[in-house]
Write a protein that binds this ligand. Structure first.
Ligand SMILES: [Zn+2]
Length: 280
C-alpha cells in the first residue's frame, strides 16, 4: 500500500491520516479556503469557524480525499486577531480533532463619497419596520449551510463590466459616515444579463428597500451569492441554476445611483470580499 501511495500520488510522501490546511494569515474581510486532506477515507467532517459550524462535502481529488471550506471575516462585524479553525472527522472508527490558526489582519480599504436621494441615506420612519424585516430575511439566508457543495472556484463573473466600487470601501453618503460596502459594484448597462456565479438553488427572490429587486443563490456548505438592484428577475425561489445561467437583468432598483450590479458573497454567515474568488 505504501508503495502504491508513494508512486501514484502527486505528493512526495504518504500522508499520516487526515490533515487540516489553513493559511497563516488573511486580511479582515477577505475569504480563504480551509482544506481537509487525507489519503484514507474519512467521514462526518465538521469544521468550526468563529460562531459557525459547517459539514463540508468530501471529494476525491488527484487520488486524495479533500473537503474545501470557504471561510472568511466580515469587514463590518469582525475584528483582527488570531482565530482558530477546528475540524472533527472520523477515520478508522476514531474521532479526530484538528486545529489550525489564522491571523486576521487589519486591511486598508478606500473611502468613497456618494450623493444619494436623502430618503436612501436616512430612510423615512414608515419604512423602518420593512427594512428591519428585510435585514432579518437576509440574515436567515446568509445563515444557510446546506449539505451539498455546488460551488467551485473561481466563481464566474456575474456581468462582464468592470468593478466600479470594491468591497470594504468606507462609505460617506451625503456627508454622513455609513457602513462599509460589503460587495462589489459592477459597471453594467441596464438590461444586461446577470449570471449565477456558481451552480446552486435560488433561495430568495425579493424586492427590498435597499437591494431593490434581488436574487439570493445558495451554493451549499455555507456559501450564498446575492445580486441586487435588478430591473427584472427571471428565476423563482426553488429553481436550480447552473454556473453562468441568467438570473435577471441589470437595473437601478433600491438604493442605486444608476444601473449597476451589486454582487455579494456570504461565507459561513459573513459577507466577504468576492473579488479574490472571481475568475479573471
Ligand atoms: Zn454596492
Amino acid at each position: 500500500m505504501l508503495f502504491f501511495l508513494l508512486f501514484c500520488l502527486p505528493v512526495a510522501t504518504a500522508l499520516a491520516g487526515v490533515r487540516l490546511e489553513v493559511p497563516e494569515r488573511a486580511g479582515l474581510g477577505q475569504p480563504f479556503l480551509a482544506r481537509l486532506v487525507s489519503d484514507a477515507p474519512f467521514v462526518t467532517p465538521e469544521v468550526r469557524w468563529l460562531d459557525r459550524e459547517v459539514r463540508p462535502t468530501v471529494k476525491a481529488q488527484s487520488g486524495l480525499l479533500v473537503s474545501e471550506i470557504l471561510l472568511g471575516t466580515d469587514v463590518l462585524e469582525d475584528r483582527p486577531g488570531v482565530r482558530e479553525v477546528t475540524a472533527t472527522v472520523q477515520q478508522d472508527g476514531k474521532m479526530l480533532t484538528l486545529r489550525g490558526r489564522v491571523a486576521i489582519e487589519a486591511k486598508a480599504y478606500p473611502t468613497q463619497a456618494l450623493t444619494l436621494p436623502p430618503k436612501m441615506v436616512t430612510p423615512p420612519q414608515a419604512e423602518l419596520a420593512r427594512i428591519a424585516q428585510e435585514q432579518e430575511e437576509t440574515r436567515r439566508i446568509k445563515d444557510l449551510a446546506s449539505l451539498r457543495q455546488f460551488w467551485t472556484l473561481p466563481l464566474a463573473r456575474p456581468v462582464s463590466g468592470a468593478i466600479e466600487s470594491v468591497y470594504g470601501a468606507a462609505r460617506v453618503l451625503n456627508g454622513q459616515a455609513r457602513n462599509p460596502h460589503r460587495g462589489l459594484d459592477f459597471d453594467a448597462q441596464a438590461g444586461e444579463p446577470v449570471r449565477a456565479c456558481a451552480t446552486g438553488t435560488v433561495v430568495l427572490v425579493a424586492e427590498q428597500y435597499y437591494a431593490g429587486k434581488c436574487v439570493f443563490v445558495d451554493h451549499g456548505n455555507g456559501v450564498v451569492s446575492m445580486y441586487f438592484h435588478l430591473s427584472e428577475v427571471g428565476v423563482r425561489q426553488g429553481y436550480r441554476v447552473d454556473r453562468g445561467e441568467v438570473l435577471g437583468k441589470v437595473g437601478a432598483t433600491g438604493r442605486a445611483t444608476g444601473p449597476h450590479l451589486h454582487f455579494a458573497v456570504s461565507a459561513q454567515g459573513r459577507l466577504v470580499d468576492p473579488g479574490p474568488l472571481l475568475e479573471e
